[in-house]
Design a protein around this ligand. Structure first.
Ligand code: NAI
Length: 694
């Protein structure tokens, strides 16, 4: 049977085929076989056909292309959903008198896995992954996932799987009971065989009891899940549903689950997380770049084996590249290598990767002090000291050494990429790859487009970002690019508040309560106060003396308080890992600066702190957009969420601003203007917010 069309013109995205009395329903909705309306309708048609056609003895649901149903169609989530809904399809699968087999390859996630859970048998290819990752989109499984999964895995495991949103690979999934069988054979033939073996028997998960377990095991899983929620309502609500429905009638429990799903689906957090989801996909698009073919990159040379160089090396090794790490001295190289080895030893100890995988990755790493090896690399990336006197000669050397077609990248945080590119004498091959510390963990990668960066170099950089599993955001050249520039404005305004009377602890706590992973002062201590100090020194000659300048951070640095690494910064630290404690010595330095500033002292409410800190981000973001350094508002939000610990479920600073009363944001910017005084650049915020379709 070929594609059918409804009166509204939407395609039925399922093809039917009958083999040996088994109806094979192949879902064909590229690229990821999302469970769109046409898929749900097609599968419902398959159930209707199997129910009435005597010659059909069983049904196999399988994905055409590279996957089973990888999830529901997220584009449909923000609107009224059209019938048949997934629960209706599931009802039809269960009511179908013939057994239904789910044949899973690629991904069977979310609504896709819920459909598989309604089937009578689940068979998967060895490379398949299954799971219920809904909480990460701010929702809970809404089609029976919370009810059927515990019947297969037990309650405590179901709590862990649903709250962590974990994707489970097929071998583990069969161990946990999530699927019935892993096959190494051709999936379609194996599924047909399984369907025949069922010999007409239905085997519904809903009819199975939840395996009994000690109450402590369940309580332990609940506690762990609850701790991991970090402000995400979906996790708490999933837990609540699991808890309340454990001994409830199955259909009553389904109704409760659906109600919670519907409430969450249209709520703030789910809307923010969907916005982030689409922001990530959109960020990869740059008008005019679609025709540029990425260059091949396999061999990567990294110059500078410091904090960043070694972290970047791990990121590339993890993605399967071969890496050569280069530094000036054997000592620097040994220290870099030790950091990399230590990282893998820890990953093995915590079972994140196997011993063999660690050995294999390290086998792709070479170290040398001989810069000539770079002549053989496809990508030459510098992560040397943040200083023109060091970087300009390095870029000259890289430009001379690199083979034709090789790409030269700089990890600079603040320096002018165009100046560095010109020094290489082949600016078209130069791009910024700005990683964030720790480089193998932080998701954000700013891809900095120089004035002369060639289109295919830019597409290669995006392709590299994808292979590294980073969130790549394109930025133009400018002090601090997107993220650091916004962050600098935010930190500056937080320092204004400290000088005017708020304590660093109060500011950190207020922002953490809003949902930021850490407050700005705890972050400064963690990353070290010296980088920003050097930047301020570099800029001091050009700074207008009429601009407000808070000297507290300089005084802390002058007192040797460079942050956690020196045992003290804004806070003091007992052990390297411990939490910072408020420190009377820091308080004394702060008081002294307040006194010298002569500014009136006042108290701040937590609400005002959050409003001003976020408004500072928003104002700077809108300036960046007007200067063309950021392409689109969602790119800015993506950068701040993925690089600066802004909670994804709040969408990002611009998403936040777009959902506040416009007057409130303008008033907050008035406050910023008053606090900053001379030189404050006010952005046209209302104009931008009015155009945002958030
Ligand atoms: P680092 O001081 O830890 O490492 C720099 C390394 O470069 C040292 O091992 C040094 O021996 C080596 N080096 C210096 N000159 C060299 C030369 N001519 N040839 C070969 N090796 C040379 O510095 P870090 O923190 O790793 O920073 C490196 C770059 O990454 C800087 O541009 C910095 O702005 C940028 N960056 C730093 C971040 C951070 O959080 N530390 C975050 C993002 C970017």
């Amino acid at each position: 049977m070929s594609l059918q069309q409804t009166p509204t013109g939407q395609n039925i995205l399922v093809k039917f085929d009958i083999q040996d009395g088994v109806l094979i329903a192949s879902i064909d909705n590229p690229p990821v076989n999302a469970g769109s309306w046409g898929v749900r309708q097609g599968l419902s048609d398959a159930m209707a056909m199997a129910s009435t056609d005597e010659t059909i003895k069983a049904v196999v649901i399988i994905g055409a292309g590279k996957t089973f149903i990888s999830g529901s169609d997220i584009r449909e989530f923000g609107k009224p959903l059209h019938e048949p809904l997934v629960p209706q399809l599931i009802k039809a699968i269960e009511a179908c008198p013939k057994p239904v087999v789910a044949a899973i390859h690629g991904a069977g996630l979310g609504g896709g896995y819920e459909i598989a859970l309604a089937c009578d048998y689940r068979i998967a290819a060895a490379t398949a992954v299954v799971g219920l990752p809904e909480v990460r989109l701010g929702i809970i499984p809404g089609a029976g996932g919370t009810q059927r999964l515990p019947r297969l895995t037990g309650m405590s495991r179901a709590i862990e799987l649903i709250s962590s949103a974990r994707r489970v690979n097929a071998p583990e999934a069969v161990r946990l009971g999530m699927i019935d069988e892993v096959t190494a054979e051709d999936l379609r033939s194996a599924a047909i065989a399984a369907a025949k073996t069922l010999a007409g028997r239905k085997r519904l998960v809903r009819a199975m009891p939840i395996p009994s377990e000690p109450a402590e095991a369940i309580a332990k899983a609940e506690n762990a899940a609850s701790k991991s929620a970090k402000g995400l309502d979906s996790v708490d609500i999933a837990l609540d549903i699991l808890r309340r429905t454990i001994s409830m009638d199955f259909d009553a429990a389904l109704a409760l689950e659906r109600e919670a799903f519907e409430t969450l689906r249209l709520g703030e957090q789910a809307t923010a997380l969907r916005y982030q989801f689409f922001a990530e996909r959109q960020a990869q698009q740059l008008p005019g770049l679609d025709k540029a073919v990425p260059r091949a990159v396999e061999k990567v040379g990294i110059l500078g084996a410091g904090t960043m160089g070694s972290g970047i090396a791990i990121a590339f090794l993890d993605a399967g590249y071969s890496v050569t790490l280069i530094d000036r001295t054997d000592e620097a190289l040994a220290a870099g290598l030790a950091r990399i080895q230590d990282n893998y030893a820890k990953s093995v100890a915590s079972k994140r990767i196997s011993d063999e995988a660690a050995v294999a990755r390290l086998a792709h790493l070479g170290t040398t002090t001989d810069i000539q090896v770079l002549a053989d690399c496809d990508l030459l990336l510098e992560a040397v000291f943040e200083d023109y006197d060091v970087k300009l000669p390095v870029m000259r050397q890289l430009g001379a050494l690199a083979r034709p077609g090789a790409i030269i990248a700089s990890n600079t945080s603040y320096l002018d990429l165009d100046r560095l590119a010109e020094a290489s004498n082949r600016a078209e091959d130069v791009v910024g790859l700005h990683f964030f510390s720790p480089a193998h963990i932080m998701k954000l990668l700013e891809v900095v487009r120089g004035a002369r960066t060639a289109p295919d170099v830019l597409t290669t950089a995006l392709a590299i970002g994808k292979r590294l599993k980073k969130t790549a955001v394109i930025a133009g050249v400018g002090e601090g690019f997107i993220g650091n520039r916004i962050y600098a404005a935010y930190r500056r305004h937080c320092e204004f508040m400290v000088e005017d009377g708020a304590s660093p602890q109060q500011i950190d706590q207020a922002l953490q309560s809003f949902g930021l992973a850490m407050g700005p002062f705890a972050v400064s201590d963690l990353s070290g106060l010296d980088i920003a100090w050097k930047m301020r020194q570099r800029l001091s000659a050009t700074r207008d003396p009429r601009e407000r300048y808070v000297a507290i951070a300089d005084r802390l640095c002058e007192a040797g308080r460079l942050g956690r690494k020196t045992g003290a910064g804004w806070y003091s630290y007992d052990k390297a890992e411990g939490r910072g404690q408020p420190d009377p010595k820091a308080a004394h330095i702060i008081d002294e600066c307040r006194r010298q500033s002569g500014r009136p002292q006042r108290s701040f409410s937590d609400v005002e702190i959050v409003r001003r800190a976020l408004a500072a981000m928003v104002n700077e973001a809108v300036l960046l957009l007007s200067e063309g350094i950021a392409q689109r508002p969602s790119d800015v939000d993506l950068a701040i969420v993925n690089g600066y610990g802004f909670p994804a479920h709040r969408g990002g600073p611009l998403f936040w601003a777009a959902r506040q009363p416009a007057l409130m944001v303008e008033q907050a910017v008035d406050e910023l203007e008053q606090a900053a005084g001379f030189g404050f650049r006010r952005a046209e915020i209302s104009v931008l917010l009015a155009t945002l379709s958030i």
